[in-house]
Design a protein around this ligand. Sequence first.
Ligand code: HEC
Length: 214
Amino acid sequence: MKYTTGLWGALILCVVLIAMLFWKIFSLNSQVRNLGAPNDGTLQESLKRVQAELASVKELAPGLGEYMTTIQLHAGKLWFAAKASNWELSQYELDELKETMEAAKALNAEKNGVKISNVLDSVLQTQVAQLAESIKRKSPAEFQKSYDDTLSACNGCHAEAGYKFIHIVRPSSPPVTNQSRLFMTKPVTKTLNMECWRSKSLNIRWKKLSNTQA
Ligand code: HEC
């Protein structure tokens, strides 16, 4: 008798447990369905918003032409910094030039069938690497040669990519005039109101001293 009561008890317990399990499954199921329905809409909406934001960021981001203008400026400053044997500044300008070329590379642009990133990469690894060496060795002669080689590479790509009319040459005057001590290392001689500045590569420039300095 005791044995059958125990059996019945166990059976009822099992039935209750199974009923609870079914109820749990059912409620979970409806929860998942509830979660799914509204989220689909908001998910699509936020996806659309992200796409629109991405499009506007792309529009704001600099294009290849803007990067090239920055490259041109660094290349111009680099020439005068090295002419003045200001190797620290030369190194800095070269690093900036490299960074800008890397940024331009990331655009993965293609012009006239030319994969711009690949060519930029090869210029970085050959001509620009030579420039870095010449700066490390503080050699004006090596610098001039690798600078000219770099410009040939610039123009080579311009021609290949359909922009032959963009031809870069050595700069004849500094691209900026408002960066102090950019061009000359130290004054070599002074007159009453003039200072003569000369770089190691023998560029000579006279600077008028202001009244306060004199
Ligand atoms: C891998 C190819 C490539 C190399 C290397 C390259 N350029 Fe360019 N450059 C271009 C292309 C393509 C354009 C046209 C970009 C555009 O407007 O879409 C351009 C445009 C320019 C412009 C015109 C920018 C403007 O808006 O007026 C200048 C300046 C320039 N490059 C300078 C340089 C200099 C300096 C170097 C070398 C240090 C160089 N480029 C190396 C491909 C190259």
